[in-house]
Design a protein around this ligand. Structure first.
Ligand code: SAM
Length: 287
C-alpha cells in the first residue's frame, strides 16, 4: 500500500528458501495495487460519469487491492473473494488489520467466485489473469455472467490480459526485485523473481505457468505458485463478455513512445495496437 508504508530498516526479513514467505514475495514482484486503484477510479468515472464506491475483488488472494481501495477514501467499501482460506487469512492479518477501524469496510469471503452474486457492487475486479483458470468457453462465459449479475445497473467488470509474440512461448523471464517494502514497513532483501512459461499446448491453448524465487544465499523456492491456465486471446475475452450480457467490452492498452522506444504507460481505449514481444491490457465489460 504505497505511500502509507512505514519504513523500518532495523529488523530484517529473513530470505532463504526455507524461511521465505511466498505471499510477501508475490506481492513485491507482481502487484501494483496503488496504480491499479487509481486506474479503476479514474476509468470508472470516465465511463459512468460517477464515482465508484463499492468494489468486489474476485480471485483476491491476499486482498491487497481490496484493502488499498478501502484505504483510499472513507466512503469506499470492498468485498474480496477467494477459494483459498490460508491465503485470505494472510491478507486478513496484514492488509485488513492494517486498516484499523476502517477494516469494517472490507469483507473477505472464502468461496468460488461463481457462487456469489450479491451484494451488488459498482465494479468487479479480476486481475492477474485469474479468469484463465476457466478453460472452457461455457465456464468463462458463466463466470462473466455471475460478475454481470453482481454489478449495479451501470457497473463495470475489469479484467487484465497479456499478449505479444512471446506471450505463450515456453520461456523463463527473471527480474531482480531490489527495492520492495513489506506491508509492515520493513525492507525486503533483494531477491530474484522467476516467471516460468512452462508448457504451452497450441492445440488446446492450455498454458502451465509457474513462479519461482531465488535468493542471495543461492537457495531457490521452486514452484512457489503454479497456474494451470488456458491462454485466452483478446477477441475471445471480448466475445465472451458480450455473450455474457455486457453491452460493450473496451480494451485499454498502452501506446508506444517513439522517443523512449518503450510502451508509454498510458492505458487508453484502443481498437488497434502494434504487435510487440509483450504487452498487457485491461478489458472492461460495460453493463
Ligand atoms: C493469480 S492469483 C491472483 C491474486 C490477485 N488477484 C492478484 O491480482 O495478484 C489467483 C487466485 O485465484 C484463486 N482462485 C482460483 N480459482 C478460483 C475460483 N474459482 N474462485 C475463487 N478464487 C479462485 C486462487 O486461490 C488464487 O488465490
Amino acid at each position: 500500500m504505497g505511500a502509507k508504508k512505514r519504513r523500518d530498516r532495523k529488523s530484517r526479513i529473513p530470505l532463504s528458501a526455507d524461511s521465505a514467505d511466498r505471499h510477501l514475495l508475490y506481492e513485491a514482484s507482481v502487484q501494483s495495487v496503488d496504480f491499479e486503484v487509481e486506474f479503476i477510479g479514474k476509468t470508472f468515472r470516465e465511463i459512468t460519469g460517477r464515482k465508484a464506491r463499492f468494489l468486489r475483488e474476485d480471485f483476491c488472494g491476499t486482498a491487497a487491492l481490496a484493502c488499498e481501495w478501502v484505504g483510499l477514501d472513507p466512503q469506499n467499501r470492498a468485498i474480496g473473494i477467494d477459494l483459498d482460506g490460508p491465503t485470505l487469512e494472510w491478507g486478513r492479518q496484514r492488509h485488513v488489520a492494517a486498516l484499523g477501524n476502517d477494516s469494517s469496510r472490507v469483507e473477505l469471503v472464502c468461496d468460488d467466485v461463481r457462487a456469489i452474486r450479491d451484494p451488488k457492487v459498482d465494479a468487479v475486479i479480476a486481475f492477474n489473469y485469474s479468469y484463465c483458470f476457466f478453460k472452457r468457453r461455457d465456464e468463462l462465459r458463466d463466470y462473466f455472467r455471475v460478475a454481470h449479475d453482481a454489478l449495479a445497473d451501470d457497473g463495470l467488470l475489469f479484467v487484465d490480459a497479456f499478449g505479444g509474440t512471446e506471450a505463450n512461448s515456453e520461456m523463463i523471464e527473471e527480474r531482480v526485485i531490489g527495492d520492495a517494502i513489506a506491508p509492515d514497513g520493513r525492507k525486503i532483501p533483494t531477491f530474484t523473481y522467476i516467471w516460468d512459461q512452462h508448457r504451452f499446448n497450441p492445440v488446446t491453448y492450455d498454458f502451465l505457468c509457474k513462479i519461482h524465487f531465488e535468493f542471495k544465499d543461492g537457495t531457490r523456492f521452486d514452484d512457489a505458485f503454479v497456474y494451470d491456465w488456458r491462454y485466452w486471446t483478446l477477441p475471445e475475452v471480448r466475445e465472451l463478455l458480450r455473450e455474457a450480457g455486457f453491452r460493450d467490452a473496451i480494451v485499454y492498452a498502452e501506446g508506444w513512445d517513439e522517443e523512449e522506444d518503450d510502451a508509454d504507460n498510458e492505458f487508453l481505449p484502443r481498437e488497434e495496437i502494434e504487435e510487440m514481444a509483450g504487452w498487457i491490457a485491461y478489458v472492461i465489460g460495460v453493463k
